[in-house]
Ligand binder design. Structure first.
Ligand SMILES: [Zn+2]
Length: 514
């Protein structure tokens, strides 16, 4: 690249307190209620209304501060940010401009390879209220005050990011911190978290920072990456043509991979900040400080660090990071004296396969097999449908963990004894999850506990079975290892359970691949 990118972020986190920040109205979690049903004279700003700070919101901010491992300002205060817009009946927003609750704190996070770390400075995090929601339909603009005065924590970073990946990983870390510590799910698509990105480019490290452009309206992590890449390129194209980059706020339209000017020279807008006369200084109480000292916090950074001690690969870490409950489960089970890598392998395998399988293009596959195979495919298709349903359901975390927990220990015990090969373990695992039968029952059913038999005899039976099922052999080439259990079953039936399952497997692989 011919230029250096500098990025800083403004992240708005919605907080899941029961009530709004300055009144007792319900802080609606999903914004599905009838418009203007969670309102009162205060949040619609009727004459004489006075804001009253909700302690629950303060406690959430304390938890976030602890999650960042940051110091907490014992005193902070609220200010008015004045501007006119129909979603703001007061004509101002209450925010913390001069004295935010969290200031100047360094936060470390892992980059997406989990090899490198990055440390950035959070310039500040402050509490503020959201505006009402505007709905534009049939040429009319409507205002829903259910969202007015719902609590926000805005996190502003220093210009410390030098790539889109760094910015995205940091935003993901903030999301996990919020989610894991019950601030909220921080779902971007549900607007529980909003990320505004500031971007400027320059040619050399020694040059001053270039003009900054702020991008709004970005609501997925991949869209943040695309927005940064497109905006830095746009700025570079201008500079390359000897044109100047205007300082402005732009609205990002991800579907067009474009951005449009919303307003220029944001800094020039005079918000006439002044201390909120109706709110006393926020001075944290003894109870607040005690809460800070005693609250238990889960930091994804610590969990990833632990994974690295176990030499986990990126795939394992990604899978476990999907939800904290997976980590809880993982740590619970390794306490029972199972080897961490083995545990992770068998936890991640069904999850990963669920994803791979669901993404698999069934139709292409059907079209590509021979006519002969298509006749036999009826069964395979039924099997495919069943497995797809099953694997999709694996993706339901609650289901996955509920089913997993009771049988997983038993399964790991079988794995530890090394009597079955991986393929057999996978088959057993599948059947157990689907049928709810015990592991030993399934092992018996599949003849995986059979004693050994002579090598030549076995090779003969394996080639007989393969010769009798040419279409399935064809499928094996497409399905890779997923139909091998069919052959294992056939061979086991023919040998009446006398074959050693590992030997059957090895012989099958040898003949199928050879
Ligand atoms: Zn209210």
């Amino acid at each position: 690249m011919d230029y250096l990118i500098t990025i800083w972020l403004e992240i708005h986190l919605k907080l899941n307190s029961n009530a709004k920040i300055f009144c007792k109205c319900k802080n609606e979690q999903d914004f599905s209620a009838k418009p203007n049903t969670h309102v009162c004279p205060v949040c619609t700003w009727q004459p004489g209304a006075l804001p009253l700070l909700n302690q629950e919101v303060v406690t959430k901010a304390i938890h976030f501060s602890k999650a960042l491992n940051s110091h907490l300002n014992k005193k902070s205060s609220f200010d008015r940010k004045n501007y006119f817009y129909p979603d703001l009946p007061m004509g101002f927003q209450i925010t913390q401009f001069y004295h935010p609750i969290i200031t100047e704190w360094k936060v470390s996070f892992f980059l997406n390879n989990y090899e490198n770390q990055k440390t950035v400075t959070i310039h500040e995090a402050h509490l503020e209220c959201d505006a009402a929601k505007m709905i534009h339909e049939n040429g009319k603009s409507l205002v829903d005050f259910n969202r007015a005065w719902t609590p926000l924590l805005e996190i502003v970073t220093d210009p410390d990011f030098s790539s889109a990946d760094e910015a995205v990983e940091f935003a993901k870390e903030i999301q996990r911190l919020a989610k894991w510590n019950d601030l909220w799910d921080a779902d971007l698509e549900k607007w529980q978290m909003r990320v505004d990105v500031n971007i400027s480019i320059r040619k050399n490290e020694s040059d001053p920072l270039g003009t900054r452009v702020e991008l709004k309206n970005i609501n997925t992590f991949s869209a943040i990456k695309r927005a940064i890449e497109a905006e830095s390129q746009r700025q570079w194209d201008l500079i390359s043509k000897w044109e100047s980059v205007a300082q402005e706020t732009r609205r990002r339209a991800d579907d067009e991979n474009m951005s449009y000017m919303m307003r220029s020279k944001e800094d020039a807008v005079d918000y006439r900040y002044f201390p909120e006369p109706d709110m006393p200084v926020l001075e944290l109480s003894e109870d607040d400080l005690k809460e800070f000292d005693t609250v238990e916090i889960d930091r994804p950074f610590d969990y990833i660090s632990k994974c690295k001690e176990f030499w986990f690969n990126k795939e394992y870490i990604n899978a476990l990071l999907l939800d904290k409950s997976l980590f809880d489960f993982f740590f619970w089970i390794i306490n029972e004296w199972f080897e961490p890598k083995t545990v992770a392998k068998w936890m991640v395998w069904p999850m990963k396969r669920a994803l791979d399988f669901v993404q698999w293009d069934e139709i292409t596959l059907l079209k590509s097999v021979s006519e002969e195979a298509k006749k036999q495919w009826v069964d395979a298709e039924k099997l495919f449908a069943e497995r797809t349903t099953f694997l999709k359901s694996c993706w339901n975390l609650e289901w996955f963990l509920n089913k997993f927990q009771p049988l997983f220990k038993e399964f790991l015990q079988v794995e530890k004894e090394k009597k079955l090969v991986d393929n057999q373990l996978k088959i057993v695992f599948d059947v157990v999850l689907q049928s709810g039968k015990s592991i030993n029952e399934v092992i018996k059913e599949k003849w995986f506990d059979a004693p050994a038999m002579d090598d030549n005899q076995l090779a003969g039976i394996v080639s007989e079975v393969l010769a009798a099922n040419p279409a399935i052999v064809d499928q094996f080439k497409w399905w890779k290892e997923s139909v091998i259990w069919f052959f294992v079953g056939q061979v086991m039936k023919k040998t009446q359970g006398k074959a050693n399952p590992q030997a059957v497997n090895a012989e099958l692989m040898k003949q199928l691949k050879g």
